[in-house]
Design a protein around this ligand. Sequence first.
Ligand code: ATP
Ligand code: MG
Length: 283
Amino acid sequence: MATEKTARVWALKDFDVGRSLGRGKFGSVFLARERESKFVVALKVLFKNQLEKHNLETQLRREIEIQYHLRHPNILRLFGYFHDSTRVYIVLEYAGRGCVYDLLKKEKKFESPRAASYVKQLADALHYCHQKRVIHRDIKPENLLVTMDDKIKLADFGWSVHSPSSRRSTVCGTLDYICPEMLENRVHNYAADNWSIGVLLYEFLHGEPPFMMEGQMDTIERIRKAAYEFPPDMPKGACDVVAKLLRLEGSERLPLPDVIAHPWIVEESSKYVGGEKEATVKE
Ligand code: ATP
Ligand code: MG
C-alpha cells in the first residue's frame, strides 16, 4: 500500500496474467504470477466506472484497508493493490480449490470430519477478526475459499465493519445466512457472524441451509423466529453446536472459543486429514 514505507508499488506489467478464476458482480479474478519472484497470486480486476456508478469506492477502500491488515492462516491475504486509468487491481493470495459454494454444489454435502474442520478454521479466523474489532457480516459459501492443501481462507471483506454498527445492510443476493438483527436493520455486533457459522454448519452437513424456502418472504419469516428443523440424520453433537449458535438473542450465541472447543467439533475435526486423503480416514 502506498502509505506503507516497506510496501512494494506494483503495476500490471509486473504480472503474467493467466486464466480467469471467476467473475464477481463488478469485475473478474485472474490467476497471475509476479514476474520477478514467480509468486502465484489471484488478481482481482475492477472497473473504475462501474465502481463509481454504484457508489462503491468507499466500500472498496474499506475492504482493502481492513483485509490488508488482517494476518491469519485462515484469512485470505491481500498483498496490495494498484490502478491505472480505467481499472483497480487487487493482489490476493491464490486459493487453488476455489470457493466452498462450488465444492458444495459438486459434492452436495460434507462428511462430519470435514464440516467440523472447516467450521473450526472459520471460527478461528472470525475470532481473530472480532479481537481486531472487525465484523465480517457476509459469511456464506461464496466467500469461503479453499487452498490446494484444503485450508479455509475467509475472503470478501466488502461488507465488514468495525463493531458495533447500525449501518443499514442493503441485502442483495441470498438471505439465507443473515441474522435476525441485520434483517430487521437493528444495531448488530460480532454475534452476527456467530449466527452465520450456525447456518453454515447445518448446510455443510445437510446440503441446504436451515431457513431455505421457495420464497424470500418465507425465509425472512423463519429467520425472524429462528424456526428450523433438524434432519433426523444430523449428528447430535452437530445439532448441539447449531442450536447454540442459531439463537435470536445475539448475546446468547455460543462464543467462538467455545465453538472451537466444543466436543463434537474437536472430535470430528481431529479425524479429518483433508484433501485427497479424506477417503482413507473413513471407518
Ligand atoms: P461478488 O461481489 O459478486 O461476491 P466479487 O467481486 O466479490 O463478487 P469474488 O467473489 O471475490 O468477486 O470472486 C469471484 C470468484 O472468483 C469467486 O467466487 C472465486 O470462484 C474466484 N476467486 C476469487 N478470489 C479468488 C482467489 N483468491 N483464489 C481463487 N479463486 C478466487
Ligand atoms: Mg464474492
